[in-house]
Design a binder for this molecule. Sequence first.
Ligand code: HEC
Length: 205
Amino acid sequence: MKKLSISVFALAGALIVGPAHAQDMPKVDAKRLEEVTKAMWPKTPEGWEKRISFDETQAICSQYRNDLPQAEFDKVKARELATVKFPADGKVLGDWKAGQRAANNGRGGTFTDKPMTNGGNCYACHQMDRFELSYGTLGPSLVNYGKDRKFAPEEAKAAYAKIYNSMSVLPCSTMPRFGYHGFLTEQQLKDLTALLFDPESPVNK
Ligand code: HEC
């Protein structure tokens, strides 16, 4: 077993480290890749098809390896921004305590999970406050996020849009598009925005 895992890693290493230039990259048959991926999910529940196929934005990000030429960058940003639905009541701030629970919840996304039971798992990538010691660093620290922006309502609205669809701000972002995919509910998005913008939230303490 040990031998096997070593050889698998060695192989992966060779594939990743090997080619130094884009032109040396092994050719990938996109159509075949799509077929193999689909075949891995023979019992896809209804509505899941979207989750195993690339949308237009993901396809172009892959094509350019997340480094879009300016014209494509602008096009993707406009398209993603058009998907952001703001709350009908115009209020982007919910309950920061519920937001804290959603931010700390890494559960969700299985066949039986409903959006309401999914978590945002924000701490996996972000430091959110000074009190939680366990957090990831893929994303920037969000400590004092609202305070640094003087709790300005237009900044809160921008943060709501960011969480709804990260690519509406930065095309090809590695941050999940929580609202776009219907992964989190509108109420959860409001609660998470409040976590960043409520003066009483631990983020701003
Ligand atoms: C898989 C990792 C990942 C997860 C999970 C994640 N983010 Fe992010 N986030 C990032 C990265 C990377 C960036 C920086 C690049 C960008 O702006 O898209 C970022 C940027 C941000 C920004 C903008 C920061 C700025 O400089 O203005 C906000 C706000 C944010 N995230 C909030 C959240 C919230 C709230 C959650 C949970 C619902 C979350 N993120 C979950 C990776 C993640």
